[in-house]
Write a protein that binds this ligand. Structure first.
Ligand code: UD1
Length: 365
């Protein structure tokens, strides 16, 4: 019976790992799943809220690494994860996504000769200034099994010389969580609490260092918001990194003066799903939200110059608008006037059953 360590570290990991652990628990005669939380994210709103919302059991091991520079954080995860792997002797370690914890844990396994599977493999923005892109490329190179969400990811891996036998196209495991929790999210009181009627507001998320750590870029995004908020109130759950840089860059007064821009604390999974599923428009620099809005048929403007998830542009509702204020504003008004591109298709295998395909493949590998 394979013992599998499932790694979570940062906020976007929880909704990817939850369905995998759930699928393993449903097949308890076939798997012994463990959950290791690195503690990369640790605030209640960035971590505990997600465990609860997603019915993830409390982690079996908590590494408590916390925040630090990239090197220090990655090294701390490696140092603390290695003895866990040595003690537990898992048959597989499953890592998801592209955060520092993903690469750190994959590297520990590669060095110990323990098999590691990477979920959400093969995505490429081709922007090596993004820390996540480095994490993706390296994690894929050293993983034994690569679970991809879409065919473009397979092509990327093959082009990097990764053998086809290591690649399995399984679909999008994050969408498993979305489908599973959509009904429950409808019972969230968040829209009522904020006094929002469906389709009468926008939602903004912003946390990429390239956007929020750069005063000029952040300023350009604010310039666009000053215009957009004249037409549409926008709710902005603020990531801790962003809250910190708003203060450090002295942007608090300017942000506070934008009528219609409403800053709130980060939301848990169900409240956030409830909030964006009722939005008229989403503006984001997140990766996962590009996919979730595609599935729910909500116009999404991505405030970046590129995406590692091109299928959301090709067949979904996503438009890459960068950080030019005119371009952002024009795209937002096009979406509000109904002249923007409309829905497309939900990509193949984004069907709520990716986790089952992953656990099937792990048993056979
Ligand atoms: C990380 C991931 C990013 C992911 C994002 C989602 C990497 C390289 N980046 O970025 O891919 O999209 O998570 O949120 O792994 N902080 C808190 N409380 C927390 C966590 C962080 O206050 O619970 C603050 C700290 O000031 C910290 C900063 O946020 O220094 C950045 O945290 P970090 O985990 O380094 O990166 P994120 O920007 O969250």
């Amino acid at each position: 019976m394979p013992k599998v360590i499932n790694v979570v570290g940062a906020r976007p990991n929880f909704m990817k790992v939850a369905p995998i652990v759930d699928a393993m628990k449903r097949r308890e005669r076939e798997f012994t799943p463990l959950v290791v939380h690195t503690g990369q994210h640790y605030d209640a709103g960035m971590s505990a809220a997600f465990l609860d919302d997603l019915d993830l059991p409390p982690p079996d091991v908590f590494l408590e690494v916390g925040s630090a520079s990239h090197a220090a954080q990655t090294a701390a995860v490696m140092e603390r994860f290695e003895p866990v792997v040595i003690k537990e002797k898992p048959d597989w370690v499953v890592v998801v996504g592209d955060v520092n914890s993903t690469l750190a844990c994959a590297l520990v396994c590669a060095k110990l000769g323990v098999r590691v599977a990477h979920v959400e493999a093969g995505l490429r923005s081709r922007d090596r200034t993004m820390p996540e892109e480095i994490n993706r490329v390296l994690t894929d190179q050293i993983s034994d099994l690569l679970f991809t969400p879409s065919a473009d990811a397979d092509e990327n891996l093959l082009a990097e010389g990764i053998a086809a036998e290591r690649i399995r196209l399984v679909g999008n495991v994050m969408i498993d969580s979305l489908y599973k929790h959509l009904e429950r999210a409808r019972t969230s009181a968040i829209k009522e609490q904020l006094g929002l009627a469906d389709k009468s507001y926008g939602v903004l998320t912003l946390h990429r260092p390239a956007n929020v750590d750069e005063p000029e870029t952040f300023g350009r995004i604010l310039q666009a918001l000053e215009k957009i908020c004249e037409q549409l109130p926008v709710v902005f759950p603020v990531h801790p990194r962003t809250r910190k840089t708003i203060a450090e860059l002295g942007l608090g007064t300017r942000v506070g003066r934008i009528n219609g821009l409403r800053l709130i604390e980060p939301l848990g999974y169900l409240d956030f799903l409830s909030l964006y599923s009722g939005a008229r428009l989403v503006l984001t620099d997140s990766g996962g939200i590009q996919e979730e809005t595609t599935v729910l048929d909500i116009p999404c403007l991505t405030l970046r110059e590129n995406t590692e998830r091109p299928i959301t542009v090709k067949s979904g509702t996503n438009t890459i608008v960068g950080t030019n204020p005119e371009k952002i504003t024009a795209a937002a008004f096009a979406a509000l006037n109904g002249t923007a591109k409309r829905a497309g298709n939900i990509p193949p295998l984004w069907d709520g059953h990716a986790a089952e395909r992953i656990v099937d493949a792990l048993l056979l590998a």
